[in-house]
Write a protein that binds this ligand. Structure first.
Ligand SMILES: Cc1cc2nc3c(=O)[nH]c(=O)nc-3n(C[C@H](O)[C@H](O)[C@H](O)COP(=O)(O)OP(=O)(O)OC[C@H]3O[C@@H](n4cnc5c(N)ncnc54)[C@H](O)[C@@H]3O)c2cc1C
Length: 575
């Protein structure tokens, strides 16, 4: 890294920095980061190596991710990009797993049709379409500058900011910003420039993915087939996408040759085993190997790694892009608050920026654990693992208890920051279940539950999370609590809005029930996670919780129990 003399950052009338944040990579995660920064009032410059994505045929054709989870759709909604995706995406609520043609496991995700602004548990839509919508929103934002044809090739940072060098069709240039978000994908140049390791493993097993357009009589569900007669000994995943498009994902032998199969007519025969004599066209196809990796550090000084630059997972479970979107939202509010904190006290944002590494690396480790278990079940290595899997599947035909052990991909969900240093613990809180897919109680660390309510200003029906602002939100039970909370939370490094439950709740108290309110104030972070639940009248506790969530007050380390070993687990989220 070169030493660059730190130019003084420009500031507005209130002393806040006006220089941009640099974002390396204009893929979906980089675009989400730029939009989330804009929502927090922070300008950014997105440096994209590739050609103009609006006219790049490769961008329009590719697909990769197709499954988008409800809380990620909620982030898209906050970023102004959800509307068309929700309208166009296919919605599904049921995932079925079959073994040799017989159903062995069914998972149904709760849905709330008819709720104002309802978000379905899942939509399927191509990643290319999602990227187009994120780009549209970014280009419409006065705070986002998107420059294509600029590949980041060099990096230097100092106490005041980051300088990135770019080269490419747009020429050579240097860019200066307060921080840099590395969203430059799996081969991340920024990660290499920083010398950050990316340990993990790559799988030799191969999977063939085809998006085909055909009118098929299948229901709109995720369908996973172990050992179907049309791919004996291996598995197939089928998903419906918009426009009569179907994602079919076959496990294929390690020496599979896609070109040879296509040329010999084998690919047509493979597809016809599923679609029969119906006409079809192949929209997109690709052969993939999968990787399980996580960067050693997700933060180096003023540089934050996000998305595939930070972690790679096998895609059964749809955890790659879905978790990258949460990275982007997590880092954006922290960078915004860090810029304000540093303007007043240089160096004071250290703990807040470090919490990005703590929280999102823990999320990545959890995703690696879950997807690693899936891959061991899907692709058993060695005769013992293969026999165990066969026995589990065969037993599941008659024994419901064995069905729980079938793993065809545990679907993405947000990570809960219950043990994060930013979260104020709630004594006696109900424990948060560790297993994926279990409902979580509304305790500090989890995403604020959603519920139908009305907009207190307009009176129109809406849902709670739509009322959350770009800063912190404190939900208090009644108007009497609102004034003191607003007064107590003035002057903090992030804006704080107060919402009064009695002004917005439905007559049957849907919000109070979802939050399990009992004279409590719920403090919600800018990324919609609850960070504290405290007595509504305890304004000092509300202020302390927000200061803690901004990394300003470090939690006291618990005193070791007498006789306890000196070493203990590092602070960090776990479940
Ligand atoms: C077959 C398959 C299926 C998948 N299905 C799902 C799914 O259903 N759900 C899900 O959540 N995830 C899924 N994923 C994962 C998902 O596709 C990735 O997680 C996602 O693309 C990551 O986005 P990103 O923005 O981090 O990186 P990328 O999409 O790789 O974007 C990186 C961007 O950075 C640019 N760039 C690279 N180097 C530089 C540089 N030096 N300077 C500037 N710009 C640079 C690139 O041109 C690119 O635009 C799937 C992946 C695969 C392979």
């Amino acid at each position: 890294m070169r030493a660059v003399p730190p130019p003084a950052p420009a500031a507005d009338d209130h002393g806040a920095r006006t220089d941009p944040v640099l974002v390396a990579g204009g893929g979906p995660v980089g675009l989400c980061a730029a939009l989330a920064l804009a929502r927090a009032g922070v300008p950014s410059v997105v440096l994209e190596a590739g050609p103009d994505p609006r006219t790049d045929p490769a961008r329009a054709a590719g697909s990769k991710a197709i499954c988008f989870q409800r809380d990620v759709l909620d982030v898209f909604d906050r970023l102004g990009a959800a509307g068309p995706l929700l309208a166009e995406g296919t919605t599904w609520t049921t995932a079925r797993t079959y073994y040799r043609g017989r159903e062995v496991r069914t998972v149904t995700f709760p849905d709330t049709p008819g709720t104002p602004g309802r978000l379905p548990p899942w939509i399927n839509i191509s990643q290319a379409r999602v990227e187009r919508e994120l780009l549209r929103a970014a280009l419409a934002s006065p705070l986002v500058r998107f420059v294509h044809g600029h590949r980041v090739t060099g990096l230097a940072q100092d106490t005041a900011g980051v300088t990135a060098a770019t080269e490419g069709a747009g020429g050579s240039a240097e860019w200066r910003g307060s921080h840099l978000v590395a969203a430059d994908g799996p081969r991340s140049t920024v990660r290499h420039l920083l010398g950050i390791g990316f340990p993990g493993r790559s799988f030799a097993d191969r999977f063939l993915i085809c998006d085909i357009r055909a009118d098929l009589p299948f229901p709109n569900e995720r369908r996973f087939y172990f050992d179907p007669e049309w791919n004996p000994g291996r598995q197939v995943l089928v998903h419906q996408c918009p426009d009569s498009t179907w994602r079919i994902d076959w496990q294929v032998p390690e020496d599979y040759d896609a070109e040879a199969e296509r040329a010999s007519g084998g690919l047509d025969r493979r597809i016809r085993r599923i679609v029969g004599e119906r006409p079809y066209t192949v929209v997109w196809s690709s052969v993939y190997r999968f990787h399980q990796r996580c960067a050693d550090r997700l933060r180096a000084g003023r540089v934050l790694l996000a998305g595939d630059a930070a972690h790679l997972y096998a895609p059964f479970g749809a955890r790659g892009l879905n978790s990258g979107v949460h990275d982007a939202e997590n880092l954006a509010w922290k960078v915004a608050a860090a810029r304000r904190v540093e303007a007043a006290a240089p160096g004071a944002a250290e703990a807040l920026l470090e919490s990005y590494h703590t929280e999102r690396r823990a999320a990545a480790q959890e995703n690696l654990r879950v997807t690693g278990a899936t891959m061991r079940f899907l692709v058993p290595h060695g005769e013992d693992e293969a026999r165990l899997r066969r026995q589990t599947l065969e037993r599941a035909l008659t024994d419901p208890r064995a069905r729980e052990r079938i793993d065809s991909g545990k679907l993405a969900e947000p990570y809960w920051y219950t043990a994060s240093p930013l979260t104020t613990p709630l004594p006696g809180a109900e424990p948060v279940p560790g297993e994926p897919g279990r409902p979580r109680p509304p305790v500090p660390g989890v995403i604020c539950p959603d519920a139908s309510c009305r907009d207190p200003g307009a009176g129109a029906p809406t849902r709670l999370r739509r009322l959350l602002g770009p800063g912190f939100t404190v939900l208090v039970p009644d108007a009497a609590a609102a004034g003191p909370v607003a007064a107590a939370t003035a002057g903090l490094p992030a804006p704080v809005a107060v919402l009064v439950l009695s002004d917005l709740d439905t007559p049957d108290g849907a919000v109070a029930e979802a939050l399990r309110c009992a004279g409590t104030a719920h403090v919600v972070r800018p990324d919609a996670h609850l960070c504290a639940v405290v007595p509504a009248g305890d304004t000092a506790a509300v202020r302390a919780a927000i200061r803690r969530a901004c990394g300003l007050d470090r939690p006291e380390a618990p005193a070791p129990a007498p006789g306890a070993p000196a070493a203990h687990r590092p602070a960090g989220p776990d479940r």
